[in-house]
Ligand binder design. Structure first.
Ligand SMILES: Cc1cc2nc3c(=O)[nH]c(=O)nc-3n(C[C@H](O)[C@H](O)[C@H](O)COP(=O)(O)O)c2cc1C
Length: 169
């Protein structure tokens, strides 16, 4: 870990171009583990993760999702799913928190990442359920693409002052 948490939050960017280097299993494990410490409604922890490194599977994913070109160079991808049987109402929010933990953990470990939506697009969800043979109660939520990168992105401009209100709107 080489950055303070606040710097990690501010410095994280979506990375879509990776170098040809695998993410070591122990590094990938730490990124996955971070998901499990996210907050979740009623502490139901509905996230379920599938790690993918096979290029032919990347190709299948790209064939049904229009915004996954980064899988051409990614070392790994994680399909984050939600178990509807344990959190039918809040699973998407819970999985969002898990994804964010993974993005920040990846950044802390010098691994680039990109969050790619599967839910709530019903067509994509159906195709991902098919490709990964998901049981009925498991819904695909997002793909997190991962890999080492040499891309350096500048700090984007953010309009902040006009969007924060004090005490009332
Ligand atoms: C819900 C969600 C869905 C996203 N889906 C995609 C996607 O399918 N493909 C992609 O390249 N980026 C995707 N992104 C990444 C956004 O494009 C990115 O976060 C945004 O442009 C801001 O850039 P930054 O992450 O570098 O700050 C998604 C981000 C979120 C939060």
């Amino acid at each position: 870990m080489n950055l303070e948490l606040y710097d990690l939050i501010i410095g994280r960017r979506s990375i879509r171009q990776f170098v040809d280097r695998p993410v070591e299993p122990q590094v990938l494990d730490k990124i996955l583990e971070a998901a499990f410490y996210a907050p979740s409604a009623h502490d139901r922890q509905p996230w379920r993760l599938i790690t993918v490194t096979r290029k032919d599977t990347f190709g299948e994913m790209q064939a049904v999702h229009p915004y996954l070109p980064m899988l051409n160079t990614a070392a790994a991808a994680v399909l984050v799913c939600g178990d509807l049987s344990v959190a039918p109402e809040h699973w998407q929010m819970d999985c969002s928190a898990a994804v964010m933990n993974m993005l920040l953990a990846a950044k802390a470990l010098d691994v680039g990442s990109c969050w790619c939506a599967v839910a709530p697009h019903e067509d994509r969800m159906a195709e991902f359920s098919r490709i990964f043979e998901l049981p009925e109660q498991i819904a695909p939520f997002a793909v997190v693409a991962l890999g080492y990168t040499d891309v350096q992105k500048p700090l984007p401009k953010r309009e902040i002052a006009s969007k924060i209100h004090y005490e009332t709107w």
